[in-house]
Design a protein around this ligand. Structure first.
Ligand SMILES: Cc1cc2nc3c(=O)[nH]c(=O)nc-3n(C[C@H](O)[C@H](O)[C@H](O)COP(=O)(O)OP(=O)(O)OC[C@H]3O[C@@H](n4cnc5c(N)ncnc54)[C@H](O)[C@@H]3O)c2cc1C
Length: 419
């Protein structure tokens, strides 16, 4: 049966979902206030990694001990703005509880794996269909550590990855040097996860998916969803700032901005933004062969068509606070400790900075599936640190649910009802 589906938001989740729905023969309207794949979306400026190894949520046993440090150091890899703490507190408590035991972490890792498992291949197929196959690469991702002991300090995370089928090559100092000569000599141990991949330009990729969706018949409407008209638990229309759009189904894929829409469909989801930053250095004078994740920097150092992108940082300060651009400078400064040949003083026109909003639930699992107040409204948000990777599998799962097919991935763990 052909349905009219309104997809709310044109980040990676909305764009990929639109393509999957069109493939199933539905009529699709994409509602987006900004440019598809534009700077307003987390999907534009992320670390570009498509990592099937990304099954470890942010919250882990003992993490509560770090909270005082997050409050004290405004430029650390994870910080909380004091003035935001009162509003953040309920989310923070849930966040700390979500990773309190190894059993909880194990369950979350198991629930995340199907969403990321074959991400590079899923994205390659989508990108090929959209005519931008060259944007998806699969050369592996290099995790680098000062010493083997630093790797072993993360034993629980790597054991859970292994239990979920992630495999890797361990590299000695010499092997690391041969694989990635541009690295600082401080790094003496490496882990290469060969199944991991990269989308070299996520903004261009999302824009291409939306163009492809339009070519397949989707309508792109500029505007903002405000809520829904629901009668007897059935969706009648999506309410927007430019009037109503009559619809059979709607997909909430508005990233960090999805909370009020989810509430309008009956679900109170504790969705926060983990704000992140990037700095892109054009003509950086080095060309790392692999995407690099330095264990002591908590950031992604990746080559993109625009230059070397340094992406990371978690800042808990809400949707409205102004960016703190010093955080992008932190990324830039640390990169010189990873790649010593990076020039110390690039002119301002060769450094571009960006801040974006990760859509984050406290337990690190997204919300995917029918809303409790109206099953015609489908949640597809809350992917936190892994939304680019998980976007393709999420899109397939949402399309399966809307088209009434038995989904290949069990949506149970992602139900908004868990909150
Ligand atoms: C610094 C950083 C590094 C990251 N690195 C990685 C990585 O390496 N790999 C990875 O997998 N993930 C990474 N992520 C996470 C990833 O970027 C996000 O999880 C993902 O982009 C979320 O996609 P989305 O489509 O849900 O939301 P978004 O990309 O934010 O898109 C949401 C869209 O909805 C629109 N919208 C908002 N409100 C409305 C409304 N009311 N009506 C209609 N439209 C609306 C917005 O304009 C926006 O275009 C990173 C994130 C950051 C910030």
């Amino acid at each position: 049966m052909t349905l009219h589906v309104v997809v709310i938001g044109a980040g990676i989740v909305g764009a990929a979902t639109a393509v999957e729905l069109l493939r199933d023969g539905h009529r699709v309207t994409i509602l987006e206030p900004g440019e598809p794949g534009g700077e307003q979306a987390a999907s534009y400026g992320n670390g570009t990694l498509l990592n099937p190894s990304s099954v470890i949520p942010m919250s882990s046993p003992g993490i509560w001990r770090k909270v005082p440090g997050w409050l004290a150091d405004p430029l650390g890899p994870l910080t909380i703005r004091w003035c935001y703490l009162p509003r953040l507190l309920p989310w923070l408590v849930r966040f700390l509880r979500a990773g309190a035991t190894e059993a909880k972490l194990t369950a979350t890792a198991r629930a995340l794996r199907p969403l990321v498992l074959d991400a590079p291949e899923r994205h390659r197929r989508l990108a090929e269909e959209a005519g931008v196959a060259e944007l998806i690469t699969r050369q592996g991702v290099l995790f680098v550590f000062p010493t083997r002991a630093d790797f072993e300090a993360e034993a629980l995370a790597w054991r859970l990855r292994h239990e979920n089928g992630v495999r890797w090559l361990e590299l000695s100092e010499d092997e690391l040097r041969q694989r990635e000569p541009s690295l600082d000599r401080r790094y003496r141990f490496g882990v290469l996860v060969e199944e991991n991949g990269q989308c070299r330009d996520p903004g261009a990729y999302v824009a291409a998916l939306i163009r492809h969706a339009q070519a397949l018949g989707a309508e792109l409407r500029r505007g903002k969803a405000l809520g829904f008209r629901i009668e007897d638990r059935r969706l009648q229309a999506v309410r927007t700032d430019t009037g109503e759009i009559a619809a059979d189904k709607a997909v909430i894929a508005a990233g960090a901005f999805s909370r009020t829409l989810a509430a309008a469909a009956g679900d109170r989801v504790p969705l926060e933004t983990e704000r992140g930053y990037h700095a892109v250095l054009t003509d950086p004078g080095i060309a790392p062969r692999y995407p690099v994740m330095p264990s002591d920097g908590k950031m992604a150092c990746v080559t993109t068509p625009q230059g070397l992108r340094l992406a990371g940082q978690v800042e808990l300060a809400g949707l409205d606070a102004a960016p703190n651009w010093q955080r992008a400078a932190v990324l830039r400064n640390f990169a010189r400790r990873v790649f010593p040949d990076l020039p110390p003083n690039l002119p301002a026109d060769r450094v571009k900075v960006w801040m974006g909003h990760r859509p984050s639930t406290p337990d690190g699992l997204p919300c995917i599936g029918p809303a409790s107040g109206c099953p015609d409204v489908m949640h597809a948000f809350g992917h936190g640190h892994i939304g680019l990777t998980a976007g393709a599998a999420t899109a397939r799962l949402v399309a399966d649910l809307i088209s009434g097919r038995q989904p290949a991935i069990d949506p149970g763990p992602y139900s908004a009802g868990r909150f």
